[in-house]
Design a protein around this ligand. Structure first.
Ligand SMILES: C[S@@+](CC[C@H](N)C(=O)[O-])C[C@H]1O[C@@H](n2cnc3c(N)ncnc32)[C@H](O)[C@@H]1O
Length: 369
């Protein structure tokens, strides 16, 4: 593993904070495709199965994230839909430990041991229970306190786009709303999450983190439809609005198809570079790289994209994001890994997860050798 990379073994995410609709638009997954994706919370990996790929390689540098996806896979395999959503935390259950006992035989001994020690997460359900989700729930409570319950409820009752803009401009966009960004999204807090403060600059003309995140959130509160944006409800309420506005893998209509395909997911604990280096030339159709390049140097980013280019099949697709640090495909590869500017703009403008500074789609052009 590269010595500059962040290494963590605690469970950071139990949810994906990347909008799967953006991934779908960028990756255009076709039946029989081979995918490589960063595991993270595992929600999007499971959702990709609906597009009928041949195989999904789910890679994460953090062993705990691999264990999480393995837990979700085991639960899908061993439980009925009703049991699965109860185990996840989407539905109440008097004793989730009983459900864990039922799925345990699907786990490797190490994975089972890891989860046996995580009594609290098992008891509460895994949804919204990683370190990052704890922060999100805290931020949501703080915002609710500042904005007031009535205002938060009113936001979720908005019916039209016109009403939404008016509500944001006249009711929501208070000094207190801006304050939350100053308190929670400042250099010190973000640096604690492993981001190196000296890197930061703002493509959107902002002069601080607080301002940049304020602008990003404004897009979600003012311009994107509130209905169906489960990221917004997670940030504000710490939970989904209902059982319908949830990631695809938690929906009843998708459950049996996902169950029948779940063995197509192969999990690996590795940094993406080392894992991709093991793959043959021309072997991968889709790469979902999350925002991992931000945690690497520019030089390592160049190495990664060189490996992506080598292993990509002709017409492969890539999606990657930046939260704060502006990473890009290196200059010398830009003729091969080509940004679809129009699509990237559309994806960015409509990205329900709204926190990213960049969400971009690329096509890989190459001759087969
Ligand atoms: C990059 S993080 C970002 C999550 C979310 N997009 C955010 O901004 O908060 C997603 C996952 O990538 C993993 N990760 C980070 N660097 C990696 C690397 N070089 N190779 C593989 N996984 C990596 C982390 O362990 C984490 O589970």
């Amino acid at each position: 593993m590269n010595k500059n990379q962040v290494q963590i073994s605690k469970l950071v995410f139990t949810h994906n904070w990347e909008d799967p609709l953006s991934d779908a638009l960028a990756l255009k997954i076709k039946p029989n495709d081979t995918l490589v994706t960063i595991t993270s919370g595992g929600c999007n990996v499971l959702g990709f199965l609906l597009q009928d790929p041949k195989i999904i390689y789910a890679i994460d540098i953090n062993l705990a994230q691999t264990y999480l996806l393995q837990l979700k896979i085991a639960a899908i395999k061993a439980l009925s839909f009703e049991e699965f959503i109860a185990f996840s935390g989407l539905k109440t259950h008097p004793n989730r430990q009983l459900l864990f006992n039922k799925l345990k035989q699907e786990l490797s001994p190490e994975t089972a041991l890891f989860w046996q020690k995580q009594n609290k997460i098992i008891a509460n359900g895994f949804i919204m229970n990683g370190k990052y989700e704890q922060f999100v729930k805290f931020a949501g409570k703080f915002l609710k306190l500042l904005q007031g319950k009535k205002r938060v409820n009113a936001l979720f009752n908005i019916k039209t786009q016109e009403e939404q803009i008016k509500f944001f401009d006249e009711v929501w966009n208070t000094k207190r709303f801006k304050l939350i960004f100053k308190v929670l999204f400042n250099k010190h807090i973000l640096a604690k999450r492993g981001l190196v403060a000296d890197y930061f600059h703002f493509d959107d003309g902002s002069t601080s983190f607080a301002e940049s995140f304020y602008r990003r959130s404004k897009k979600a509160f003012r311009n994107l439809p509130i209905k169906g944006n489960y990221f917004l409800t997670l940030y504000l309420l710490g939970k989904y609005m209902n059982k319908e506005e949830v990631p695809d893998y938690l929906k009843e209509e998708n459950f049996s198809l996902i169950k029948s395909r779940v063995n197509r997911i192969k999990t690996f604990t590795s940094d993406a570079q080392s894992w991709i280096d093991t793959m043959p030339n021309n072997s991968i159709n889709c790469f979902a790289l999350s925002n991992i390049c931000e945690l690497m140097s520019e030089e390592d980013t160049k190495r990664l994209f060189t490996a992506v280019n080598r292993t990509a099949l002709p017409n492969a697709r890539v999606i990657f994001r930046n939260l704060i640090i502006p990473r890009e495909v290196p200059e010398e590869l830009k003729n091969h890994i080509v940004k679809d500017k129009e699509l990237s703009k559309f994806i960015y403008d409509n990205d329900r997860s709204f926190v990213y500074g960049k969400v971009a789609a690329y096509n890989i052009f190459k001759d087969v050798t």
